[in-house]
Design a binder for this molecule. Structure first.
Ligand SMILES: Cc1cc2nc3c(=O)[nH]c(=O)nc-3n(C[C@H](O)[C@H](O)[C@H](O)COP(=O)(O)OP(=O)(O)OC[C@H]3O[C@@H](n4cnc5c(N)ncnc54)[C@H](O)[C@@H]3O)c2cc1C
Length: 378
């Protein structure tokens, strides 16, 4: 490990990106003072567990891997919890935290993403962090009817998990099959059958027009009665603070291949960042980003490289792995296999394999297949 090279490093965010970076940074630099500022409780946990914890009867405390105090002493960093950063003053190199100023030499934004608003009022829950999970779990003390809005990755995982935990799920999505943006029809239909098979009530090609107390009206006029509503319609990178500070922001906080924002003293990674590969709100890319940024911050200027990174969908009713083609890529899906055991390949007009979706027993082929997929970023 090296000695202190630079002054104070501040990391905003204690999610997998913020803590992942701190861990990687400390492997390379034991001396530089590091402060992690987080709006939440600062517990280290694996966010993907939020969508398969109920069926395993796990509480929010069960999901905590380390307290902030443990992380603080293991990594020799300062952690400020329940501390909200409200302003970045780039000229003075200061952040405002709970009304007080703190100075930085280098600043890392690892601020995650907010749930996309539903426009249906605040009775619709979202589960995007441990605090949300605690509140949501408390609501579900009794078996309940749950209106679940959104059949994307997280929505399908919640549908499987809630059903396995004894709740009755009514899943609504405008797409014609679940995971409509990621899966070709045959694999999507296999997932629809598997979800229906465990008891999920699917309303596809549908959306919620109105939501009142325990009752939703769909655009086609169908009325759904429920006890609790949960939205899983996606996330929007947290960019407001960066934008107000004058940093370049597009869909996320724009960073180059070295995770540098438009200000050379400020970096970003994880769900809030938009690298040259675009938005990649998954664990594998943020872990690679954390290693790259730790190198950059300690003087090794190796740019970000991202291999193909298949995502395993946590739907035990139908094991699934997807490696979507790049957005806008030209090509067609070809599907082989039978019943629920399917292998779909997305192939370009000149015969190059650009993506895949695997279900059932074929999901086991994901690692071998990932090797033949194009890299996401060279
Ligand atoms: C239910 C669910 C299931 C998922 N399952 C998978 C999966 O199976 N596989 C996969 O690869 N990915 C999965 N994902 C996505 C993955 O979990 C995320 O990509 C990842 O956890 C994002 O980490 P992050 O550190 O960028 O953001 P976050 O974990 O959201 O952390 C953001 C941090 O920033 C802090 N913060 C924000 N604003 C401020 C502020 N102004 N001041 C101070 N602190 C601030 C927050 O308090 C928080 O600590 C899932 C996501 C969800 C929601």
């Amino acid at each position: 490990m090296g000695s202190a090279q630079n002054g104070h490093l501040i990391i905003i965010g204690s999610g997998l990106a913020g803590y992942g970076l701190a861990r990687e940074f400390r492997k390379r630099d034991a001396q530089t003072p590091v402060t992690i500022i987080t709006a939440d409780g600062g517990e280290a946990y694996t966010k993907p567990m939020l969508s398969n914890a109920l069926s395993q009867n796990k509480t929010d405390s069960d999901l905590v891997q380390k307290s902030p105090e443990q992380v603080q002493s293991e990594l020799s960093v300062q952690i400020r919890t329940r501390a909200n950063v409200t302003e970045i003053d780039r000229a003075a190199k200061m952040v405002t935290v709970n009304g007080q100023k703190e100075s930085y030499d280098r600043l890392v934004l690892a601020m995650g993403a907010d749930p996309r608003p539903t426009g249906l009022g605040d009775t619709v829950a979202t589960v995007n962090d441990l605090d949300d999970f605690r509140v949501w779990r408390q609501k579900l003390a009794q078996p309940s009817r749950i209106l679940l809005i959104g059949a994307g990755l997280v929505g399908c995982e919640f549908a499987n998990d809630l059903t396995s935990a004894g709740h009755q799920v009514i899943l609504v999505d405008p797409a014609p099959w679940p995971l409509g943006r990621l899966l070709p029809e045959p694999v999507g239909q296999a997932l629809a059958s598997a979800l229906t098979g465990i008891g999920v009530s699917l309303h596809l090609g549908a959306s919620v027009a109105e939501l009142g107390d325990g009752k939703a009206v769909l655009k086609d006029g169908a009325v759904i009665e429920f006890d609790h509503a949960l939205s899983a319609i996606g996330l929007i990178p947290r960019t407001a603070l960066a934008k107000e500070a004058g940093l370049l922001v597009d869909k996320g906080i724009v960073v180059d291949g070295w995770l540098r924002s438009s200000d050379p003293s400020i970096y970003a990674l994880g769900d809030c960042a938009q690298s040259p590969a675009g938005l990649l709100p998954f664990v594998m890319p943020l872990m690679i980003e954390a290693r790259t940024l730790a190198d950059v911050l300690t003087g090794t200027e190796t740019p970000l490289r991202l291999p193909a990174m298949p995502v395993v969908v946590k739907t035990p009713c139908l094991p699934l792995a997807v490696c979507p083609p790049a957005p806008g890529a030209a090509g067609t899906w070809g599907v082989e296999g039978e019943g629920r055991d399917l292998k779909a390949l997305f192939v370009s007009p000149d015969g190059i394999e650009l993506g895949f979706a695997l279900s059932g027993k074929r999901a086991a082929e994901r690692q071998a297949l990932a090797k033949s997929m194009p890299t996401v970023l060279d």
